[in-house]
Design a protein around this ligand. Structure first.
Ligand SMILES: [Fe+2]
Ligand SMILES: [Fe+2]
Length: 277
């Protein structure tokens, strides 16, 4: 039987997913009920710690939108579609764990928490990019950035003496880094298939990247300001902990990436000029 290039990509992605899934099942599963030390919540922790946890939980609460758009864009790819289902399961625990911490710590009442979800659900997240490849590249950057943020806030929870939240952030950070690794494996396949096109898409994603909570989570700007003191992700940190590690893992030199970014910039300028004529 002959195999077209599409089939070969499908098979590679299926294999990457199966390896990811096996490791996840064997080594990374954690239980909201058995593995979180709920008795180690520190009820006298600061309101800042709670606000940050609530902000992360809020971003995670757009899960229905992430799952819906993600699974539809990769529907034709067997391994990728199953990944989306598993990814949704893993992400679902992130908002649940943070929400439980907020109510068990006494920082929010159950009523406040459900009211908050209603406000969240009034808005809808829309995928920032159109194609499966661009969304995969967005996934690489977003999951890596999320990992960096959770690691920083894991330290914050430790400083505040909250072992429970520390453990939650630790589990979540492990999930997020596994997610970016999966996407990076997929991107390696895409690079082998069409290096120039993939680099052009990556340049676009870097240029237009924003965290998913912007414009959605209520009072997002104020929350970010509040968070800065505890370590948000500014441009410098983004370059050091997201941009450069992603390039390194993908075996893309800075020189090659900058060339792709220059080409993308030129194309955007040309398109603007053509539109103005
Ligand atoms: Fe998450
Ligand atoms: Fe994630």
């Amino acid at each position: 039987m002959t195999q077209g290039p599409v089939t070969r990509i499908e098979e590679q992605l299926y294999r990457i997913y199966m390896e990811f899934f096996e490791t996840a099942e064997r080594e990374r599963r954690w239980s909201l009920f058995n593995d979180i030390p709920w008795d180690k919540v520190n009820p006298s922790c600061s309101d800042d710690l709670a606000l940050c946890a609530e902000t992360f939980a809020s971003v995670e609460m757009y899960l229905p939108d992430y799952v819906a758009s993600g699974i539809n864009v990769v529907r034709p790819w067997f391994g990728r579609a199953w990944w989306q289902a598993n990814w949704g399961y893993e992400e679902s625990k992130h908002s649940l764990a943070l929400g439980e911490w907020l109510t068990r710590s006494g920082k929010r009442t159950k009523d406040q928490w459900f009211d908050h979800y209603n406000v969240i659900a009034e808005k809808q997240w829309e995928a920032p990019f159109k194609t499966a490849r661009q969304m995969t590249l967005y996934g690489v950057v977003q999951e890596q950035a999320t990992f960096v943020i959770y690691v920083k806030h894991r330290d914050f929870a430790k400083r505040e003496g909250d072992e429970c939240l520390y453990t939650i952030y630790d589990f979540i950070a492990r999930d997020e880094v596994a997610h970016t690794r999966f996407y990076q494996q997929v991107v390696k396949v895409l690079l082998a298939e069409d290096r120039e096109g993939t680099l052009a898409d990556l340049a676009k994603v870097f240029a237009e990247f924003r965290m998913p909570g912007v414009d959605l989570v209520p009072d997002y700007d104020e929350r970010i300001l509040q968070m800065r003191g505890q370590g948000g992700v500014d441009r410098d940190l983004f370059i050091r902990k997201v941009y450069l590690p992603v390039l390194k893992y993908l075996d893309i030199s800075r020189h090659e990436m900058l060339a792709a970014q220059r080409r993308a910039l030129q194309e955007r300028q040309d398109a603007r000029e053509n539109a103005a004529e």
